[in-house]
Each structure stands twice: as structure tokens, then as C-alpha cells.
Write a protein that binds this ligand. Structure first.
Ligand code: SF4
Length: 374
């Protein structure tokens, strides 16, 4: 029996809120475990090809105390959360944790990792335009592949990897379609729901997630669109959480018509290229092709123009910058694209994201005033 939009969205919300259940269900169904994937970019396809479930580790919303022993107070909010959860043993059931280390905080985290799950660390080269960078990253992935094979006891064949690449490219394509749909139907897909659909892809096997999103797209398209009388915004940053923050968007009728969040659309922006080259090499090319992200060095500073373009294409009224507290790469990028916004006449607002915080009074005041100005 076909499910309707509301039922499907409730499922996405439940998965996004219960990653442990998603992991345990997967274990029951397949007999295989899970491997943690630290933010922001990793070749998840390699993990998928072992049959283990890649689980995104994007922090939580708990009070931080034990993490203070290991991280300075100015480490970003998301890593404070990850460290706290690690100290609480939340990640102990993972078979391993894959780390890319494009920022200083992640470098520290990878060195301080001391949970039961071993850390598998690799490096993204920052001189991304060079062919030697692709070759270097291919070699890093080859080392990671061997470590994964040893831990999981599974040989990752080229055929299995090609299959995983295809599954991931399909998922990215369907998520891009979903993002466009959410912009078309903001009256049916709230900001909280939109986020749940994105976040659940961190915890579900990707072909299953794709099938669920396809059902949702079909269910939404079957409904009669209604006129939207609110404003349209683009959100950029690492992530926009907690749900309470997104509920403010819904309450103030600020529809998220596109995003540039590391947890959301940056994950689906670039496909693994097709071609006859080896799959590891093509996986490495994804990093070279990445754009519009503070973690992927761009000496031409095209992040701002990309956002301006997104505003125009999506007929958005403004950009809201969800600034992760103490995230150096994002804070470093901000003054540059802020100036580019000013020059292009793009309205914008910066709000701070602190995963530990429970009171959203300040964000409410700022968003409310901004919505009134718009
Ligand atoms: S990119 Fe920013 S949010 Fe992510 S780990 Fe590094 S400092 Fe933290």
C-alpha cells in the first residue's frame, strides 16, 4: 500500500532522531555492523562496498562536560559533542571510525580518538588542481581500503565498489531532485522535514534511502500545489540544527528553497565521475571537483558568487548563514562572501549554531527581525 506524504515524512523524522535504532535494525537485517563517518567528506562508497553501514557522526545536543578535558573551549561545537558522545561510549559499537582531517579541530580529534572503535585517518590534499593531488588521494584511499578490509574481513572488489558508486550517485541525484521539490512545495515540506530527509541519509543504507525519497517525491507531486505567502531563503554553513532552530524558520514562514550546508547539499553536490579509470581514482576526483566549501581550498574565492547565483536561480529573498560556533574554516570564509553579498545586493543574516544550546531566544529575535525586514 502506498504511503502518503505525512506518513513518509514521519518516518524520515523518526530515522533522523534515532540513529542507534537505524544501526540496530541494519544489524538485525544483514548481520553486519556499522562504521562511523566523521564530517565532512569521506569515500563512503568504500565502506558501503564492505556491506557495513556507514553512519554519519554529526554531533548531538547534549550538555558538554567530559569533552572539556580533551578539547579546548574554543574547539567547534560539533566536535565538542562528538567528543562527549565518545566519552560516553556511544560509538563503542562501531567497527571503526573514518576520519578525514581538513581542519585543525579534526586533526586534533583524530589524534585524541580513544574510543573502542579504531580511527582510520586519511588526508585530503589541499592543492586540489594538480593531477598529483588526485594520485595522492587515490593512494590514501587505497590504504584506507586495506584497513577497512582488515577490520571487516571483506575484500572490496572493483565490482562491489562500482556497484556502491552507482548507488551513491543515484542517491545524490534523487536528493537534488528532492531539494528542488522542497523549494516548489514549501507548504508541504517544512524546514524540519526537509532537514530530516537529508539527515536520515546519514543513517540508512543508501539504496533504501533512495527508494524512500522516490516514494516521497511521488506522494508530494500527487498533491495540488498551494501558493506560498512567506519568504524564500538559502541556508549556508556546516549544519542547521537543532530542530528548534528550523521550527523558527517554519513559524516565521522562511522557506528553505536551497541549501549550502556541509551536512546536506554539499554531500550531494558532486557525483563520482563515470569513466574507464579505476574506481579509487574516480573517487579521488570528487575532491578535485568539489566547489563552494570552506574546507576545499579555493584561491579564486568562488563560494560567494556561487551563493549569489543560488539566490538568483532560486528566486530567494536572502541568505541565512548558520555559523557553527568556533568553526575556523567557515569563519575564515565568511568576511569574503559577506562582502560579495554586499556588492551583489544580497540580503543576509548570520546566526550562530551551538549544538549544546537549548535556549533559542537570541536566534528567535534575530530571525524574527530579519523576517520583518524582508
Ligand atoms: S570544519 Fe568546522 S565544524 Fe567541521 S570539524 Fe572543522 S572546525 Fe569543526
Amino acid at each position: 500500500m502506498k504511503q502518503n506524504r505525512k506518513e513518509l515524512l514521519a518516518q524520515f523524522r523518526s530515522i533522523a532522531a534515532n540513529p542507534r535504532k537505524a544501526m540496530e535494525d541494519y544489524q538485525k537485517q544483514t548481520g553486519k555492523g556499522a562504521i562511523g563517518i566523521m564530517p565532512v567528506y569521506s569515500p563512503e562508497e568504500l565502506v558501503h562496498a564492505t556491506g557495513f553501514l556507514p553512519m554519519g557522526l554529526w554531533g548531538g545536543h547534549c550538555p558538554v562536560s567530559k569533552a572539556r578535558v580533551y578539547l579546548p573551549p574554543f574547539a567547534c561545537s560539533i566536535m565538542q559533542q562528538v567528543m562527549e558522545l565518545e566519552c560516553d561510549g556511544v560509538y563503542d559499537d562501531l567497527a571503526a571510525v573514518v576520519f578525514s582531517v581538513p581542519c585543525d579541530t579534526l586533526k586534533c580529534m583524530s589524534q585524541k580518538w580513544k574510543g573502542k572503535a579504531p580511527a582510520l585517518v586519511f588526508t585530503h590534499p589541499q592543492n586540489r588542481g594538480l593531477e598529483s593531488a588526485n594520485r595522492f588521494l587515490e593512494e590514501e584511499y587505497s590504504i584506507l581500503k586495506k584497513k577497512l578490509e582488515k577490520i571487516t574481513g571483506v575484500t572490496i572488489t572493483n565490482a562491489a565498489l562500482e556497484n556502491s558508486i552507482q548507488i551513491y550517485n543515484e542517491n545524490r541525484a534523487v536528493m537534488r531532485e528532492f531539494s528542488r521539490l522542497a523549494a516548489e512545495y514549501p507548504q508541504f515540506i517544512s524546514a524540519v522535514d526537509r532537514h530530516a530527509v537529508f539527515k536520515s541519509r546519514q543513517f540508512l543504507e543508501k539504496s533504501r534511502h533512495t527508494a524512500m525519497v522516490q516514494c516521497l517525491i511521488e506522494a508530494v507531486r500527487a498533491e495540488e500545489p498551494k501558493p506560498w505567502d512567506g519568504k524564500r531563503v538559502i541556508v549556508t554553513g556546516i549544519l542547521a540544527e537543532p530542530d528548534g532552530l528550523l521550527e523558527l524558520f517554519d513559524e516565521l514562514k522562511l522557506a528553505i528553497v536551497a541549501d549550502d550546508l556541509a551536512q546536506e547539499s554539499r554531500q550531494i553536490r558532486v557525483d563520482v565521475p563515470e569513466g574507464n579509470e579505476a574506481p579509487l581514482y574516480r573517487l579521488a576526483r570528487v575532491w578535485q571537483n568539489m566547489y563552494g566549501c570552506s574546507l576545499a581550498t579555493d584561491t579564486k574565492k568562488k563560494h560567494g558568487p556561487m551563493l549569489v547565483d543560488m539566490v538568483r536561480k532560486n528566486e530567494a529573498d536572502a541568505v541565512i548563514v548558520a555559523m557553527m560556533k568556533f568553526c575556523d574554516p567557515e569563519e575564515w570564509d565568511y568576511p569574503i562572501y559577506r562582502q560579495q553579498f554586499e556588492e551583489a545586493g544580497i540580503r543576509h543574516l548570520m546566526i550562530e549554531v551551538d549544538q549544546e544550546i537549548t535556549a533559542l531566544g537570541q536566534a528567535r529575535t534575530r530571525l524574527q527581525s530579519f523576517a520583518e525586514i524582508l
